[in-house]
Design a protein around this ligand. Structure first.
Ligand code: CAA
Length: 283
C-alpha cells in the first residue's frame, strides 16, 4: 500500500509539527482542527517553523513554499476521507480520542492506517472502537517534531505485520529513526523520562538546590540539552502531570506518583512556556 495523503487530527504543538514534517517529505497533508481560530494558529506555527528551517539552512525557500502548498487545513473530519494514513494528535483525552477514532473508522477507506500520537494513553482502547484493529498503532513523535529525530511506534496485540511495515517505511521517509514499544503507558521514552522529571521536582521541593543549579548540574554534568525543570516547562507541566497520572493509574508504582508541587503548579495555571510561567518566568 502506498501512502500519498496523510491526515493529521489536531494542529497544536505536535499536530502542526507532524503536518510540517510530512509535507516536507512530499506527502499531501490534510490537517483538521476543531475551529478556524485554532487551525490558523497551527498553520502560522508551521509557517514560522518553515521560515526558521530556511534561516538555519535546513531547507531552501522553494522547498519550504512547496511544503506549505502541500498542506490543506480543515475543520471537518470528513475532509480526511482520501487519506491513506491518519495521525491523531488531539488533546490527551481518551473519550475524545475514541470518538475521533470511531468517526475516522467510518470516514476513511478500508486500507487506511489509523495512528495516535498519544504519549501515554492505551492504543488498544482506541483500536477497540474501530473495525480495523490490525491497522491501528501508536506513532509517537517528539517535540519539536521537525528537530527531534525519533519516532516511537507502539504496537498493540492487534496490529498486523503489514501495518508495522508500512508505518516503518513511512517513518523512514520522514527521515526519522524508529523504535518499537509495546502498548503500555509511557512506552519507552516516557517510562524512563517521567520518573526522572518527577524526581527533579521532588528534589527542588525538598530544597536540595536552586532550580538553576539543578538544571545546570544536569546540563553540564550529563551533557543534556536542557535541565529537567527547563524540560518540564518546555513539554508543559500539565502534559507531564497527565502522563504521570496515567502511568500511576496503570502501574500503581510510587515512582510515577506526581509530587504535590507539580499538581499545585498545574492547578495554579503555571504550565511552563505555553502559559508564560512554570519553574521559570517567560513573560
Ligand atoms: N526545522 C528544521 N530544523 C530546525 C528547525 C526547524 N524548524 N528549528 C531548528 N532546527 C535545527 C537547527 O538548525 C539546529 O540544527 P543544528 O544542530 O544542525 O545546527 C537544531 O535544530 C537546534 O535548533 P536551535 O539552535 O534553534 O535550538 P537549540 O540548540 O536551542 O535546541 C532544542 C533547542 C532542540 C529544543 C534543544 O534544547 C533540545 O533538544 N531540548 C530537549 C528537547 C526534548 O527533550 N524533547 C523531547 C520532549 S519529550 C516529548 O516530546 C515526548 C512526550 O511525550 C512528552
Amino acid at each position: 500500500m502506498e501512502i500519498n495523503q496523510v491526515g493529521v487530527v489536531g494542529c497544536g504543538l505536535m499536530g502542526s509539527g507532524i503536518a510540517e514534517v510530512c509535507a516536507r517529505a512530499g506527502y499531501r497533508v490534510v490537517v483538521c482542527e476543531v475551529n478556524t481560530e485554532f487551525l490558523e494558529k497551527g498553520l502560522n506555527r508551521i509557517r514560522k517553523s518553515l521560515s526558521k528551517a530556511v534561516a538555519r539552512g535546513k531547507s531552501t525557500q522553494e522547498q519550504a513554499d512547496q511544503a506549505l502548498a502541500q498542506i490543506q487545513g480543515t475543520v471537518n473530519l470528513s475532509d480526511l476521507a482520501d487519506c491513506d494514513l491518519v495521525v491523531e494528535a488531539a488533546i490527551e483525552n481518551m473519550d475524545l480520542k475514541k470518538d475521533i477514532f470511531a468517526q475516522l473508522d467510518s470516514i476513511l477507506p478500508p486500507h487506511a492506517i489509523l495512528a495516535s500520537n498519544t504519549s501515554s494513553l492505551c492504543i488498544t482502547e482506541m483500536a477497540s472502537v474501530t473495525q480495523r484493529g490490525d491497522k491501528v498503532l501508536g506513532i509517537h513523535f517528539f517535540n519539536p517534531v521537525p528537530v527531534m529525530p525519533l519516532i516511537e511506534f507502539v504496537r498493540t496485540i492487534l496490529t498486523s505485520d503489514e501495518t508495522m511495515d508500512i508505518a516503518w517505511q513511512f517513518g523512514a521517509s520522514l527521515g526519522k529513526t524508529m523504535v518499537v514499544a509495546k502498548d503500555t503507558p509511557g512506552f519507552i521514552v516516557n517510562r524512563l523520562l517521567i520518573p526522572y522529571l518527577l524526581d527533579a521536582v521532588r528534589v527542588y521541593e525538598d530544597g536540595l538546590a536552586s532550580r538553576e543549579d539543578i538544571d545546570t548540574a544536569i546540563k553540564l554534568g550529563l551533557n543534556h540539552p536542557m535541565g529537567p525543570l527547563t524540560l518540564l516547562d518546555f513539554v508543559g507541566l500539565d502534559t507531564c502531570l497527565f502522563i504521570a497520572d496515567a502511568m500511576f493509574d496503570e502501574y500503581k508504582d510510587p515512582r510515577y506518583a506526581a509530587p504535590p508541587l507539580l499538581r499545585r503548579m498545574v492547578l495554579a495555571g503555571q504550565l511552563g512556556r505555553k502559559s508564560g510561567q512554570g519553574f521559570y518566568d517567560y513573560s
